[in-house]
Design a protein around this ligand. Structure first.
Ligand code: GLC
Length: 416
């Protein structure tokens, strides 16, 4: 506890330091909004706009490291010490159960939003035991980016199954000395997202309830998905360095033109089309691949905004929450940053569609999505899968042993 408090104090000091010299003026209320860094600058402009029209309140955007695990650990340290350093948090969709159960985030007052305006999946991700804990901000789903130009030139159709995918890599990428497939294989949350997509596309599933009723079947699904991922390395499609890649590592390789296929979230589209990209205009988007006779599923990701239970300014925090998740804010972030909005209406906005003609291709992907297991003990669920899957991919454990260990540890967590 003492260590936690100390860490929280250090973090609070860091927040203060990063926010710099601009201490609020006499009588001014300061609201700190912590969220993943937004390289597009849209969030910064929204905050400037908000402050200009709200005398007496000064909102400061505290950009956090993009890595979800780091953000999670920072927030848990602050919140478990009842820290007041942050008033509003942007939360990964997988954290709601944990944060709500711990009492760290405040239920959303009725009437702040009309739930009917929002996409159902993101709203469901913010609901714990029937109570809504915030407002959906942007949504994510895993997609496969590919080099449209190279496939077309070789007359190779966009693959749908892993077998077709393998053939495409052999025919198009390997002879050019390119990587076939880059993805997120480091030991962190992103590995869970990619790995579950492999598992679902083989017809597998890993729900905690199924582990109770049919552990042997889950174990075999887990091992099969590890084998599939190992085959990408064995067949030379993915470099072993994938085991250290997070989103931006794989994205950089792809936009440098060094890989044929790239699994990532929608944000990578704007980067592929950006001025610095070497593959601008050459990229296509497809659903992930699946085994013969199965279907592909994308992991649902995304971020919500919730008010801290420990804020000293709940009213001002809620007012900013309404603004930063308003149609106007989602529109600007969609246009400037390619963030997929959580409001239905934003998808019909002509300016949004003009800036993001590819949103239509994402809908195709969004029709088949799945959530990671939901649990107030999600960090343990994730950590267990991360540890054993990563060890098996690094060839420190056999796939069958990793699968057995995951099932036995998840069965314990499921009973908590
Ligand atoms: C993205 C997703 C988030 C996921 C993370 C994994 O940020 O939106 O849900 O947990 O990637 O790296």
């Amino acid at each position: 506890m003492k260590g936690g408090l100390l860490l929280a104090a250090v973090l609070a000091a860091t927040v203060a330091l990063v926010l710099g010299c601009s201490t609020p003026e006499e009588g001014e209320i300061e609201i700190i909004f912590a969220a993943g860094n937004d390289p597009s600058g849209a969030t910064d402009s929204l905050v400037v706009e908000y402050n200009a029209s709200h005398p007496g309140v000064i909102v400061k955007f505290q950009p956090m490291p993009a890595n979800t695990d780091t953000q999670h650990d920072n927030y848990v340290t602050i919140l478990s010490a009842r820290g007041t350093a942050i008033d509003l948090y942007s939360l990964d969709v997988i954290w709601t159960a944990e944060f709500a159960k711990a009492g760290w985030i405040a239920p959303l007052p009725d009437g702040l939003i009309d739930p009917g305006d929002f996409l159902e999946g993101p709203l469901a991700s913010l609901t714990y035991e029937g109570v809504l804990y915030g407002v959906p901000w942007f949504t994510d789903a895993g997609v496969m980016y590919y080099r449209k130009d190279l496939l077309e030139e070789a007359g190779v159709p966009v693959p749908e199954t892993w077998d077709e995918f393998r053939r495409a890599c052999r025919q198009v990428a390997l002879p050019r000395g390119m990587d076939g497939f880059v993805w997120q294989g480091a030991r962190y949350e992103g590995l869970i997202c990619d790995y579950l997509e492999f598992l679902w596309g083989l017809g597998g599933s890993i729900e905690l309830d199924r582990i109770r009723t049919d552990p042997a079947a889950v174990e075999s699904d887990i091992a099969a998905a590890i084998e599939l991922a190992l085959s990408f390395f064995d067949d030379g499609l993915s470099p072993e360095s994938v085991l250290t890649y997070k989103e931006e590592d794989s994205r950089r390789l792809f936009t440098e033109g060094q890989a044929l296929f790239h699994r990532n979230w929608p944000y990578a589209w704007s980067m592929a089309e950006g001025e610095e990209s070497k593959v601008k205009g050459l990229v296509g988007i497809a659903p992930l691949m699946h085994a013969d006779g199965e279907k592909s599923y994308s992991t649902i990701g995304g971020w919500n905004v919730a008010v801290s239970s420990y804020t000293e300014h709940p009213e001002e925090a809620l007012e900013f929450l309404a603004f930063i998740t308003s149609e106007r804010a989602l529109k600007l972030r969609a246009i400037e940053g390619g963030y997929l909005p959580t409001r239905n209406a934003t998808y019909e906005d002509p300016d949004v569609l003009a800036a993001n003609p590819h949103f239509g291709s994402f809908f195709e992907v969004f029709r088949n999505t799945r959530n990671r297991p939901s649990s107030p003990h999600y960090p343990r669920v994730s950590d267990t899968i991360q540890e054993h899957v990563h060890a098996a991919l690094a060839r420190e454990t056999a796939p069958g042993d990793a699968a057995a260990a995951i099932v036995s540890e998840l069965a314990e967590i499921a009973d908590l």
